[in-house]
Structures are given as C-alpha cells and as structure tokens.
Design a protein around this ligand. Structure first.
Ligand code: KIV
Ligand code: ZN
Length: 444
C-alpha cells in the first residue's frame, strides 16, 4: 500500500492565536502551552512576534531554549529590524525558523503600506535574503494572497524562492476564499511559479466565513503540505483553522484525506482545556471535537441509541481525543431509558410504575431548569416509597455512598445485595422492552 503523504502542522496558537482579543499570554503561560503543544506532536510552534514586545521576544527565546523537538518559528515583517530581532529570539533553538511576511494585494499595498508593486517585490526579496543569511529555514508569507493579482503573486513568490525561502505560505488573511477557489489558487501557483517544486507550500486560513478548515483541506488536496492552525481555532477576528478539527477530519475520513500527521489525537482535548484555562476564554459548548457538548447527548432518541450502541450517534470515540466518556445529559428531551441508566449508576433501580412516577416528576423539573444533575435526581427519589437500591458490581461509590449520605428514614428498607441485583436485572429487561418505543419516539 502506498505510504500516506505527510502534512506538516504549523501551530500558531502562540502568535496569531494570541492576537485573539482576550487571549494574550505572558512568558510563563506561553511556555506552559508550548510544552503541551510539544506533547500534542505539532511539527512547528510559532512562538510569537519578537519585535512586538519585550515579553514576546523573551517568550520565543525561552521556548527556543526549552522545547527541543519541534521547529521554533518567530514572525517578522519583511524589514531588517524585525528579521534580526526574530533571529535573536530563535537562534538558540535546535531547529529555528524565521517567518517573514509582507502583504501583496493591491488593497493592502495602496491603503495600508502605500508602496508600489515594485517596492513590494523588492522588500519581500530583501527580507528573505537577510533572513536566509542568518537561518537556513525561512518561510515567506504573502499576506492577503487570496486577494492578490495572480500574476503579481507568482512574481513575488518566484523572487522569494530565488532569495532562499524554503516554505511559501499562502494566507487567506481575511477568510474570503471558498474551497474550490482556494484549491485552484494552489494549483495555479504550482503550475506557474518557477522553482515552487523545491519548496513547501503552506496555507494559513482565517475563519471569517466559517470555511477555514474546508479551505485548508481543499488546499491540501491541491498540493499544500503544511497547514497553519491553532488550538480551539483562536486567532484574529473569527480565528484560524482549528487544529483539532483539521486533525480529526483527516483521521475520521481518511478515505478522502489519506494524509498523515504527527499529531497525538489523545492530546487534543487536554490541549484545548489548557488553553482555555490559561486564557480564560472557553470554547462554545457545541464546538466540534473539544466543546463541552461535543460528546453529550440529550434527546431521548439519541440517548436510547447511545445506550444500545454508541456507533448510532458518535463518529468519534471521546477517549480517542482525550475527552471524558460520553455523557448522557439529562434535560427535558431525555427519555426513560437514559433516566433509568443514570439512576442505576447512582445505585437505584425502579419498578416500571416507580420509574414512570419519577420520570413524570423529572420532566416537570426539567421544564424549569436546563440541566439535571445527580443531586436533583437524588432529591426526586427521596419520597419514592419502595424504591430498590442496587449494589454496583465494582466497588464503586454509587449506592452505598448515597445511602450513607441519606437520613435513616429516607433509606430503602431492604438492602440485600443479591436480591436487589436480581430485581434490578428483571426490571432492566422489562424496561428495555417497555421503554424502547417511548424512548425512540421521545425527542424526535
Ligand atoms: O493572516 C495572515 O495573513 C497572517 C500572516 C502573518 C501569515 O497571519
Ligand atoms: Zn493570520
């Protein structure tokens, strides 16, 4: 079987990511996050923009010294002061990279930089030449490439290849591209730019239209072999390509994306959590792969399916990305089957009539509060007259712990484990049959 092609993961959480409002990180925080990125197996860590501040310079310098496996990159505008500062920050790395950039679109040249195309081309070439005189690994980014005149973009890219760039990064800086168009851009560059076959093509997509992951994947299909991305997709405005989504699309749909990365998928969730902890910025609950609800199921029909077989509603095993096991969230859409299972985890099992009664009260409560926690469930069964407590197989905390926490009068009269277990199994089988249809219908 042919070997899958390798995609280089360039992580810019600590540079573009921290440009996200509220996400800036100090030196210690960057170092802590960088160690996690190392565990996550990214190939390149862009540590910061050393000319921007003393703190950023120091952060990149410390990363370069401490983190020895990945390439450590520093960003620099295409001018001598920036390039020299970036080099001083990364020179101690085992594998340093200077990343210079210059905008190439007419919009940026006219309104922002106020320079001509000719000046732009010379500045880009000089920046790379200087960087290359200091460091053998040099990346050039044509900022706003996706809105740049294609012939001019080809000219600039040829010039920087001649000047020694080893990676060409093609950013969709304002997240304007759509996938087929972005793929075409990469194909055109591969056809038209002299010398491009000797360098790595990289892409850097922003998420203004929610297409950054799709655009990055389309670019890979067209021949890009490095993707820039960030944990939780943080970055300027709507953010960057989400690292966790990109990695998992390639894992889960390998038949469409037969590529390899060095990423350790089990570290995706821990990386997301650590970043949120450091920045204080949480991802939205429904965020793919790492959101709190990414593996939570509330609707009765879904919960019923999950209890029978997780493949009904889960395409990713939560543990494969380091996330806690699936949770059946109890709310007003939940069915009896999910409620029964949760109560059994707490050490209770009910006769059918009891379950109906508890379920009715559960739904009434769920109409008032959004999520039902275990404490609420315990309150609901406080006055169920003849509930049966089961003793769990493993020496878990369930029944005995909760029983101990209850007052004497509230405790069920009979606690014979064998008897309770038998009752639980019988009740379980009966519920399976009776509850099936209702749980299937519930929450449709
Ligand atoms: O979005 C962008 O164009 C950038 C470049 C500096 C790579 O962040
Ligand atoms: Zn960017």
């Amino acid at each position: 079987m042919a070997q899958a092609e390798r995609i280089t993961i360039f992580d810019t959480t600590l540079r573009d990511g921290e440009q996200s409002p509220g996400c800036s990180m100090n030196v210690a925080e960057k170092v802590r996050m960088a160690h996690q990125l190392d565990r996550l197996g990214v190939d390149i860590i862009e540590g910061g923009f050393p000319i921007a501040s003393e703190g950023d310079f120091e952060a990149v310098r410390v990363l370069a010294r401490e983190i020895r496996r990945p390439v450590i990159a520093a960003l620099a505008r295409s001018c001598p002061g920036d390039v020299e500062r970036a080099w001083r920050a990364v020179e101690g790395a085992s594998r340093p990279r200077i990343h210079t950039f210059l905008a190439t679109s007419d919009i940026h040249l006219q309104h922002k930089l106020k320079i001509s195309r000719r000046q732009c081309l010379e500045q880009a070439r000089d920046g790379v030449k200087l960087a290359r005189s200091l460091c053998k690994d040099v990346q050039f980014s044509a900022e706003d490439a996706s809105r740049t005149d294609i012939n001019f973009l080809c000219e600039v890219l040829e010039a920087v290849i001649e000047a020694g760039a080893t990676t060409l990064n093609i950013p969709d800086t304002v997240g304007f591209s759509v996938p087929h168009e972005f793929a075409e851009l990469i194909q055109t560059l591969r056809r038209q730019v002299r010398g491009i076959e000797g360098v790595t093509i990289s892409v850097h997509c922003h998420d203004d239209l929610g297409l950054s992951v799709a655009n990055s994947l389309a670019a890979i299909g067209a021949g890009a072999r490095q993707v820039e991305c960030t944990v939780n997709g943080i970055g300027e405005r709507a953010g960057n390509t989400s690292l966790e989504e990109l990695i998992m699309v390639m894992r889960v749909r390998a038949e469409h994306y037969p590529y390899e990365t060095a990423a350790v998928a089990e570290q995706l969730f821990p990386s997301s959590q650590l970043l949120s902890e450091i920045t204080g910025v949480c991802v939205q609950p429904h965020k793919a792969i790492v959101g709190r609800n990414a593996f939570a199921h509330e609707a009765g029909i879904h919960q019923d399916g999950m209890i029978k077989d997780p493949s009904t509603y889960e395409i990713i095993a939560p543990q494969s990305v380091g996330a806690p096991h699936n949770s059946l969230v109890l709310g007003k859409h939940s069915g009896r089957n999910a409620l029964r299972v949760r109560y059994e985890k707490l050490g209770f099992s009910f006769e059918r009539a009891q379950l109906d009664d508890v379920y009715r009260r559960f739904v009434a409560l769920a109409d008032k509060i959004k999520t039902i926690e275990d404490g609420h469930l315990l309150d609901l069964v406080r006055d169920v007259p003849s509930r049966t407590a089961t003793i769990p197989d493993s020496a878990g905390k369930t029944a005995s712990t909760w029983m101990a926490a209850m007052s004497k009068e509230d405790q069920p009269a009979h606690l014979d484990p064998a008897d309770a277990k038998e009752k639980a199994h019988a009740a379980h089988a009966a519920h399976e049959r009776e509850g099936e249809q209702e749980d299937y219908l519930w929450g449709v």
